[in-house]
Structures are given as structure tokens and as C-alpha cells.
Design a protein around this ligand. Structure first.
Ligand code: SF4
Ligand code: SF4
Length: 104
């Protein structure tokens, strides 16, 4: 049996940030800069793979279905949960200080 994690289809992500507070592990964060050639006005949110534990708490929080489950291979040595992609440059999201999201 393989593990699960999530991925975001960048072209379908509007950057609405609705998914961010649904992740208890702070694995959903906005990119610091929009990728070159992006057609949507707002930068996308990405999955920080080294933070994602595959709990799937975020599944269903995306109104455009850009966020979806990815089945990872059953062989542990090839799982992206163990070999994450390089961490992208992301914005800092205020969760707990004054004016923060406060939940998840
Ligand atoms: S699967 Fe869990 S850890 Fe991964 S991004 Fe979604 S809520 Fe966060
Ligand atoms: S909820 Fe969906 S569209 Fe909004 S930021 Fe998250 S992945 Fe992107």
C-alpha cells in the first residue's frame, strides 16, 4: 500500500489562500513570486513537500479543485515524502499573532 500526499495544479490555483488554514503542518504556503508567464494575477499556493505528511486534511478545501491527492509509490525509497523537492521560496503566513488565521 502506498502513501498519499497532495499536489496543486498551478494553472488552476487562483491564489485565494482558502486552503492554507486547513493544513495543520503549514505545508501549504504562497509562493514568494509568481512563476514567469503565469496568467492569473495572484501568485499561487504550493505544497512544501518536506512539511506535508499526507494527512489529507486539506482535501476538499479548494474551490477550483487545483488541490488534489497524489498516491505515492509503495516503495519507501522512491516516496517524495522521504525525498522532497527543493523547498520553494514562500511567503510567511501569520497564523497565531494578532490578526493571524488562528486555526488549523
Ligand atoms: S495533506 Fe495534510 S500535511 Fe499535506 S498539505 Fe494537506 S493538510 Fe497539509
Ligand atoms: S484553495 Fe485552491 S485555488 Fe485557493 S490557494 Fe489553495 S490551491 Fe489555490
Amino acid at each position: 500500500m502506498g502513501q498519499s500526499m497532495v499536489a496543486i495544479i498551478e494553472a488552476d490555483c487562483t491564489g485565494c489562500d482558502l486552503c492554507i488554514p486547513h493544513c495543520p503542518f503549514e505545508a501549504l504556503l504562497p509562493l514568494l513570486h509568481s512563476p514567469e508567464g503565469r496568467e492569473k494575477p495572484k501568485r499561487p499556493v504550493v505544497v512544501v513537500e518536506e512539511q506535508c505528511v499526507g494527512c489529507l486534511s486539506c482535501i476538499g478545501s479548494c474551490p477550483t479543485q487545483a488541490l488534489h491527492e497524489v498516491k505515492t509509490p509503495p516503495k519507501a525509497e522512491s516516496s517524495p515524502l522521504l525525498k522532497p523537492s527543493p523547498r520553494p521560496a514562500t511567503e510567511v503566513v501569520n497564523r497565531w499573532k494578532k490578526g493571524g488565521l488562528r486555526w488549523a
